[in-house]
Design a protein around this ligand. Structure first.
Ligand code: FMN
Length: 140
């Protein structure tokens, strides 16, 4: 059975390009080998990630990510059974939530990912993908 999970978390330190690269390289290799697809939005101190795949695999991955010391306040926002993947083209796409680019900036006071619903967050992620904000999108 396939599921999709969306969670939000807060970065522990600065979200440097070195850290992003390390997370992405690991994610793309492991996810490709284990049938996981998804999107990682990161910037402005937060991570927002959608993970899709077999339920047992997503559960295992989520618990590993949950324990990762590079972020904290990990909160699952959405979990649903799916018949079709939404992010099937990406083993892990990266969307940068830039501090300076108004097109990708999310104004947290106005749009708080910790209080948004899963459906709203998914719509926001889709907006970001549609606006061409994907900066890394290798095929699964
Ligand atoms: C925000 C964030 C997202 C991550 N996403 C993934 C992912 O999609 N796939 C993955 O394999 N690891 C991901 N990781 C890395 C895992 O948390 C973990 O460090 C990695 O899988 C190595 O685990 P291990 O040291 O237990 O082997 C992510 C880490 C962070 C901080």
């Amino acid at each position: 059975m396939l599921i999709r999970v969306i969670y939000v978390s807060s970065a522990v330190g600065p979200q440097t390009s070195t850290m992003t690269k390390a997370i992405l390289e690991k994610s793309q290799a492991w996810n490709r080998a284990n049938g996981i697809t998804g999107v990682l939005c990161q910037g402005q101190g937060v991570f927002l990630q959608a993970l899709e795949g077999e339920r047992a695999t997503v559960t295992k991955l989520y618990s590993r990510i949950y324990a990762d010391l590079r972020h904290t306040k990990v909160e699952m926002i959405h979990c649903e059974s799916i018949v079709k993947r939404r992010y099937e083209n990406w083993s892990m796409a990266l969307v940068s939530l830039s501090d300076i680019d108004p097109e990708t900036r999310i104004d947290w006071p106005e749009f708080d990912p910790y209080s948004a619903t899963g459906l709203l967050l998914m719509a926001r992620i889709d907006d970001l993908l549609a606006s061409g904000s994907v900066i890394a999108a290798p095929a699964p």
